[in-house]
Design a protein around this ligand. Structure first.
Ligand code: GDP
Ligand code: MN
Length: 379
């Protein structure tokens, strides 16, 4: 789950990081009022879950409240990378002397949090990593101790020459680490971390990506979820306790178990197809879940064939079969459905499906090939 900038900056502020005051609004009038309250120049910033808002025109400086209102009129409702802007953040315009990058991510290779900093901040950090990797500095954190003072100082010396700024940046890194851990984040990022002409170090942007598995024990973070900006099909899937991720292909996959779901997607690609989604219907599949899964899958207009791949362990094949029959009775599905199931109650399932006019396969390879072929025919 991603947080909006205004949510992330509130958490950074709570951790002690210097963040300019600001407020969110969803109408140009409210933006004007906030700008009036702030006084002087302000920046109006689109609140959407993507980076590169600056380049996309989603961040505009305004000299006075009237201009802030005009900017808000342009930015509210605008689309950035497919997301409609519904809220903007209004902050006092900062004078920038330098822009750097400071971030901490959960690194899978070292299985530890890794700090990354760069004096070449402000712009796309991926681009810096690709073109001038020597400008990125890293430190691996031992989770037992957190980022150590000397590590933070060492990184900060790569950003600034001025010792007062080095100390400020090192403190900010330790505070950022705290915010990262407290939020259950997989990424915490300040880009840009700026210096002002009078020597202060400030966070002008804030990003926190939360590990969804942390939400159960962090209600204060879970309540920050903004459903209005998430993929509707994924929201629906979550409510039905399904693990679903929408993809761009046309072979819909309905599988039990994340490992089998990944293997199924691999096999779809192997036979020249493109999966339309990742979907794990879970270990104990009631017919209801299958109905919800089929509703979600068939709502995606790209889908040209539906592939069930069920390995019955705890999941009973007859439950899945009943789900398929119930769902196809409730919603009209004009798409070819290929069903492969094997394992617990397989014979009963095959019987149920046969009676309803479906064919059931037991071989995964054959089923995937068939689903890819049918999608190709329809495309
Ligand atoms: P992003 O493009 O989505 O990462 O949004 P940022 O919040 O990082 O803003 C992008 C760029 O806009 C920054 O790198 C700055 O160059 C500029 N910017 C943002 N806020 C201010 C500000 O208060 N004053 C000035 N002068 N520039 C700003
Ligand atoms: Mn940024």
């Amino acid at each position: 789950m991603n947080l909006h900038e205004y949510q992330a900056r509130a958490r950074l502020k709570a951790a002690g990081i210097p963040v300019p005051d600001g407020d969110v609004a969803s109408t140009p009038e409210a933006v004007e009022q906030i700008a009036q309250r702030i006084g002087g120049g302000v920046v109006v910033k689109a609140q959407v879950h993507v980076g590169g808002r600056g380049k996309a025109g989603g961040i505009k400086l305004a000299a006075d409240p009237h201009e802030a209102r005009m900017n808000a009129e342009k930015i509210l409702g605008m689309e950035i990378k497919g997301l409609t802007v519904q809220k903007v953040l209004v902050v006092p315009a900062a004078e920038i002397a330098s822009e750097s990058y400071v971030g901490v991510i959960m690194d899978r290779t070292s299985q530890r949090p890794v700090f990354m900093v760069s004096p070449a901040g402000g712009v796309d950090i991926e681009e810096v990593a690709a073109t001038t990797p020597e400008k990125i500095f890293k430190a691996t954190v031992d989770p037992r101790f957190g980022i150590l003072p000397h590590q933070a100082m060492d990184l900060a010396f790569h950003l600034y020459d001025d010792i007062a700024q080095v100390r400020q940046a090192a403190t900010i890194m330790r505070q950022l680490y705290r915010a990262f851990v407290d939020a259950g984040a997989s990424l915490a990022e300040i880009n840009p971390l700026i210096t002002t002409p009078d020597g202060r170090v400030l966070a002008l942007d804030a990003k926190l990506a939360i590990d969804d598995n942390e939400l159960g024990r962090r209600p204060d973070v879970a309540e920050l979820r903004d459903l209005s900006v998430e993929e509707p099909s994924e929201v629906k899937a979550r409510n039905a306790s399904l693990s679903y991720i929408k993809l761009d292909g046309n072979v819909a996959c309905c599988v039990n178990g994340a490992g089998l779901a990944m293997a199924t997607m691999d096999l779809v690609k192997y036979y020249g197809g493109e999966p339309a989604n990742f979907l794990d219907i879970g270990g104990s599949s009631s017919p209801d879940k299958v109905v919800a899964a089929l509703e979600i899958i068939t709502a995606d207009p790209n889908v040209k064939s539906i592939l069930f791949n069920i390995f019955g362990g705890i999941t009973r094949c007859d439950d899945v079969a009943n789900g398929i029959v119930t769902a196809t009775g409730q919603i009209t599905i004009d798409l070819p459905i290929v069903i492969r199931l094997t394992g617990t109650n397989e014979e009963i399932a095959v019987e149920i499906l046969k009676r309803a006019g479906f064919e059931a396969l037991t071989d995964m390879d054959a089923a995937v090939k068939e689903a890819v072929r049918l999608a190709g025919e329809a495309a």
